[in-house]
Design a protein around this ligand. Structure first.
Ligand SMILES: Cc1cc2nc3c(=O)[nH]c(=O)nc-3n(C[C@H](O)[C@H](O)[C@H](O)COP(=O)(O)O)c2cc1C
Length: 194
């Protein structure tokens, strides 16, 4: 039997970003979505702030999201910088994914925890989502298009005050197994003091 550490390392190393144009049309089952979100909540969180907040788009709501992303891109991009290809991708990607989860951070009123620590906690929650998705044989894509951090996005998602949207997480089954990833060895990113 494979050891726990081998299973975990395998999931970590095989997790891959795959964009929706490479998703199949197979829908993700609701209990799987629920499990992904439940596992997200087990991320570390300073002061037990649990700052994550999710808005799940599926079914016809994906078209509403696509329309918003296009409008938001145009609203938050100077006209001479608008890229037609990017615009088209924003219009079609939500419809290629089974579910899209808006990744949000909600701040507790009067919290003493610095904002960057709540941001870090939400990022940890996203990694839990990624790893859970990988364990279910799913792929995902964390997308942060132009306008992600704008007030227009907060309004769309029902966020206010110090809350923020940190991106859109596209989820689905891949048409084919993702390619192997690559990383710089940890030794090149590590300084030891002994
Ligand atoms: C906070 C965050 C935002 C990201 N936003 C984008 C994005 O807007 N567009 C994109 O192509 N990839 C985005 N990515 C995904 C990276 O491109 C991807 O993780 C990287 O290419 C490494 O590939 P891997 O995830 O398969 O290891 C984002 C990742 C993170 C952590």
């Amino acid at each position: 039997m494979e050891s726990k550490i081998d299973i975990l390392t395998g999931i970590i190393e095989t997790r891959r970003t795959v964009k929706p144009e490479f998703f199949s049309s197979r829908p993700v089952e609701r209990p799987v979505i629920d499990h992904i979100l439940e596992n997200a909540t087990w991320a570390p969180t300073h002061g037990m702030n649990e700052p994550w907040h999710f808005v799940v788009f599926t079914g016809v709501a994906r078209q509403t999201l696509a329309d918003f992303l296009v409008q938001n891109y145009l609203y938050n991009t100077p006209p001479h910088k608008v890229n037609e290809q990017k615009k088209q991708l924003l219009a079609k990607r939500p419809l290629m994914a089974s579910h899209i989860i808006a990744i949000c951070m909600k701040r507790k009123p009067d919290t003493k925890i610095p904002e960057n620590e709540d941001l870090a906690a939400v990022a940890c929650a996203v990694q839990n989502m990624h790893l859970t998705a990988t364990a279910y044989g799913l792929v995902a894509y964390w997308s942060t298009p132009a306008g992600t951090y704008a007030n227009s996005t907060k309004d769309f998602l029902g966020l206010a005050g110090q809350d923020h949207c940190l991106g859109f997480w596209y989820l689905g089954y891949a048409q084919q197994p993702p390619q192997k990833g690559s990383r710089t060895p940890a030794a090149e990113k590590t300084v030891w003091r002994t």
